[in-house]
Design a protein around this ligand. Structure first.
Ligand SMILES: Nc1nc2c(ncn2[C@@H]2O[C@H](COP(=O)(O)OP(=O)(O)OP(=O)(O)O)[C@@H](O)[C@H]2O)c(=O)[nH]1
Ligand SMILES: [Mg+2]
Length: 264
């Protein structure tokens, strides 16, 4: 139980079988969990038909309706922890993320990163076939996030990520509040604030060829306001405590005389 790729889906009938086959044909022992939100196009039925071809390697969880990307991943993270996986990946179904890049994310975490991000905006990274307005929106969002949060991540909205088990065990999922791009930012921000090492691996992101985007104005709005909210809540002392399941000792190991005085 080493590596699990979580693929959330909503109306991905054109992509889902191909992406599953692409991951499995890597022959690098990746398990796959598809989380489908009752896609009206029958995505789940396609996955169901593949379950008996890849027993013990492909899994499907179905939810009642479109509950959002963020909650799908949280559901998947809990599933991954319960089933004993050590490296847990986020990947889109639409081939924007190349399954061949999974291994570089894995190796980066193996070498000590808590979080490895498939990044478009580090040296060597690229975006292919995106219209200028999408590139501007994505780059603008990254710049905006970095200016407000000071988080040293060049591609904070990236959705191609490997998390180590330790990071997911430490994070308190109940405190993760966002659903769209803001969810991706919030996860990285919380991991960074909790002191985990985050590394970016250059990838080429390719716009989807098949199926429709689920991007919406609401998701953009959540991103803009969400980043401000993240920064604001992190100013308070209890932020780290809220974001973790583990006890956090905020005081230094040897309290300074000033702190001792304040405690008296
Ligand atoms: N389970 C679930 N999956 C979702 C939901 N919204 C999006 N997805 C999936 O999340 C992944 C990313 O969604 P996309 O529509 O590709 O969003 P995007 O990559 O930001 O937008 P594009 O670049 O336009 O493709 C895809 O695999 C979607 O099918 C949702 O509400 N629930
Ligand atoms: Mg996409």
């Amino acid at each position: 139980m080493e590596k699990l790729v979580i693929i959330p889906t909503y109306n991905e009938k054109e992509n889902i079988a191909a992406i599953i086959n692409a991951v499995i044909s890597l022959q690098q022992d990746y398990h796959i969990l598809v989380i489908d939100d009752n896609s009206p196009d029958g995505t789940a039925q396609i996955v169901q038909s593949l379950l008996c071809i890849y027993p013990g390697q492909l899994f499907l969880e179905q939810r009642q309706g479109k509950l959002g990307l963020g909650t799908a991943y949280i559901y998947g993270f809990k599933w991954a922890l319960n089933n004993g996986y050590s490296y847990i990946f986020e990947m889109d179904a639409d081939f924007s993320h190349n399954p061949k890049d999974l291994e570089r994310l894995y190796i980066t975490c193996k070498k000590g990163a808590g979080v490895a991000i498939g990044s478009r905006y580090v040296k060597g990274g690229a975006v292919e076939n995106w219209p200028t307005n999408r590139i501007m929106l994505s780059k603008g969002a990254s710049l905006y996030t970095r200016m407000i949060t000071w988080m040293p991540v060049k591609d904070p909205t990236a959705g191609f990520v490997c998390y180590t088990r330790k990071v997911l065990e430490t994070l308190n999922f109940e405190s993760i509040s966002f659903v769209g791009y803001a969810f991706q930012i919030e996860m990285k921000f919380a991991a960074w604030k909790l002191g985990f090492k985050i590394e970016e691996v250059p990838i080429t992101f390719v716009d989807r060829q098949l199926g429709a985007s689920k991007m919406s104005k609401g998701i953009i709005k959540e991103g803009i306001l969400g980043v401000l909210q993240l920064r604001w809540s992190s100013l308070f002392k209890n932020y780290r405590k809220r974001m973790t399941n583990l006890p956090i000792n905020n005081s230094p190991v040897f309290p300074s005389p000033k702190i001792l005085l304040e405690r008296e």
